[in-house]
Design a protein around this ligand. Structure first.
Ligand SMILES: NC(=O)c1ccc[n+]([C@@H]2O[C@H](COP(=O)([O-])OP(=O)(O)OC[C@H]3O[C@@H](n4cnc5c(N)ncnc54)[C@H](OP(=O)(O)O)[C@@H]3O)[C@@H](O)[C@H]2O)c1
Length: 261
């Protein structure tokens, strides 16, 4: 798909990977709808991107509210007449062992990481069918293939994103809609500091890439219609070796990381 003049919704655009993705899209001339709770950050982003061709629209709200998820899609279509690409990027982590994880944190993670992805996709599909084209891109994680101690519920939510995305791809295989999963590894963003229950310390970082590198891979997936995207060769090996040899993965994690409680 040509990115110039595309109408692209990016959730979680007030920071990190979402902000970088909105920036790369704007550089290439896309019309970008930026979504997050922090309205002032979105306004700053829209101002920063004014130098590039195309239009920007900021929609501030909480994606754990299903009505807002639907409104994001409907307001995009009302404003631009269509929605070409939906990038479900907003996400939330946690730092606690499963035995200690407060259920309200688990619910908050499910709401944003999983149910918002489903709700925005459900809202976008009829428009994309009508248009005869569209792409839904869901940001999963390499941790969907291998939970690590202290972040296992987050990993479980990303496993749901991976399964949901693959299921959607099969269900839409005879439609004009491309469905894509992105598997970032550890990326330099605020994510680890804003994780629920965390104090910003003790992050596990096997490799750490820039948000811009992930953003360029996401935009490349739009341009090339890619469906399964990892960011680095090490991420690729992490995902596929853990799927092929799960017990070996358990052993390695046990060897190098926290032993569990
Ligand atoms: N960073 C990593 O190492 C890494 C690795 C693998 C996968 N990922 C995934 O990549 C995606 C982006 O993460 P990031 O690293 O860029 O994190 P980030 O810097 O913390 O950004 C998260 C974004 O999500 C938004 N968000 C969170 N809760 C929201 C809610 N209830 N409603 C609306 N927006 C909400 C935040 O905006 P507001 O706070 O303004 O609402 C922010 O814009 C996430 O899905 C994450 O799981 C990240």
């Amino acid at each position: 798909m040509q990115v110039a003049n595309c109408v692209v919704v990016v959730t979680g655009a007030s920071a990190g990977i979402g902000r970088a993705t909105a920036t790369v899209l704007a550089e290439k001339g896309a019309h970008v709808v930026v979504v997050a709770r922090r309205a002032e950050r979105l306004e700053t982003l829209v101002a920063d991107l004014a130098q590039f061709p195309g239009e920007r629209l900021a929609l501030a709200g909480d994606l754990s509210d299903t009505d807002f998820c639907h409104a994001v899609v409907e307001q995009t279509v009302a404003h631009f007449g269509r929605i070409d690409v939906l990038i479900n990027n907003a996400g939330l982590g946690h730092k606690s062992y499963l035995a200690d994880l407060p259920l309200e944190h688990a619910r908050a993670i499910l709401d944003v990481n999983v149910l918002a992805v489903l709700a925005t996709s459900q809202a976008a599909i009829p428009h994309m069918r009508r248009q005869g084209r569209g792409q839904i891109i869901n940001i999963s994680s390499i941790l969907s293939a291998r939970p690590l101690p202290n972040t296992a519920f987050y990993s479980a939510s990303k496993s749901m994103v991976t399964a949901l995305t693959r299921g959607l791809r099969m269900e839409l295989r005879n439609s004009p809609i491309v469905v894509t999963t992105i598997y970032p590894g550890t990326t330099q963003t605020e994510f680890h500091d804003s994780a629920l229950g965390g104090d910003g310390t003790g992050n596990v970082a096997v490799t750490r890439v820039s948000a811009e590198k992930v953003a360029r891979k996401i935009v490349n997936a739009v341009e090339k219609g890619r469906t399964e995207v990892t960011i680095t060769p090490l991420d690729w090996a992490f995902v596929h070796l853990n799927r092929l040899f799960p017990r070996l993965g358990d052993w390695v994690v046990g060897l190098f990381l926290v032993k569990g409680k």
